[in-house]
Design a binder for this molecule. Structure first.
Ligand SMILES: *[C@@H]1O[C@H](CO)[C@@H](O)[C@H](O)[C@H]1NC(C)=O
Ligand SMILES: *[C@@H]1O[C@H](CO)[C@@H](O)[C@H](O)[C@H]1NC(C)=O
Ligand SMILES: *[C@@H]1O[C@H](CO)[C@@H](O)[C@H](O)[C@H]1NC(C)=O
Length: 191
């Protein structure tokens, strides 16, 4: 009897151990990796310089209002307006200058007292080795300040593991149609 019980116990233990190993292997949730295994070598710091063309007016706008709040039109900050953009990023300040990428995403008026936009967007580049790589921006843009700092929160392609900041400076603003050209200096760490 005692022997049978101990045999029984050991069989159960074996089954438990086996099933633990089996499930432990096939359902592993996380593991440590060496950066080399993803081909990550040395961290780099890059500086990008371009102009953001926010085209609101004319026949081919690249920034379009998609929503507003009940107070947007009476608020002195346009509070609640949501604008979807696919703005060209150009190498020089002229709108006819060579396009190196596009700013795709949303800006929205998020401050009741001062003009301050929430910027949620991806910069997708098409130039040279950066073609197809993106940077993700999430920050506050107080457009009336001379220079605004926006965090770079991530990236893809050549910009994997990106972090850094963008400095935005209005280059020109057309008061009659609302078009703006904004100079960007981006400092980004990536691999
Ligand atoms: C606010 O103004 C915009 C643009 O002129 C217009 O399209 C929109 O209907 C207005 N919204 C309200 C709530 O009046
Ligand atoms: C960027 O990549 C796309 C898709 O792979 C390709 O069609 C396009 O020609 C490339 N552009 C440049 C400037 O290399
Ligand atoms: C500003 O916009 C108006 C109206 O669309 C246009 O006629 C004018 O040429 C623009 N000014 C500049 C400097 O681009």
């Amino acid at each position: 009897m005692a022997q049978t019980l101990s045999q029984h116990k050991s069989t159960i233990l074996t089954i438990l151990l086996f099933s633990f190993l089996l499930h432990g292997e096939s359902h592993k949730f996380s593991r440590n990796l060496s950066p080399k295994s993803l081909g990550l070598k040395k961290q780099k710091l890059s500086h990008l310089h371009f102009y953001f063309q926010d085209i609101v007016g004319g026949d081919h706008p690249t920034a379009l209002r998609v929503a507003q709040s009940s107070i947007t039109n009476t608020s002195h900050t346009g509070f609640g307006v949501v604008v979807m953009i696919d703005d060209p990023l150009t190498v020089g300040p002229e709108t006819t200058s060579k396009i190196v990428g596009r700013a795709q995403g949303i800006y929205a008026s998020a401050d009741l007292n001062q003009v301050g936009f929430l910027m949620v967007m991806n910069y997708v580049f098409i130039e040279g080795k950066y073609n197809g790589s993106t940077l993700s921006i999430l920050g506050r843009n107080s457009v009336l300040s001379p220079v605004r700092e926006l965090p770079i929160v991530g990236g893809s392609g050549l910009f994997r593991f990106a972090r850094g900041y963008a400095l935005a400076k209005t280059h020109s603003f057309n008061i009659s149609n609302g078009d703006a050209t904004v100079e960007y200096n981006v400092y980004v760490q990536h691999y």
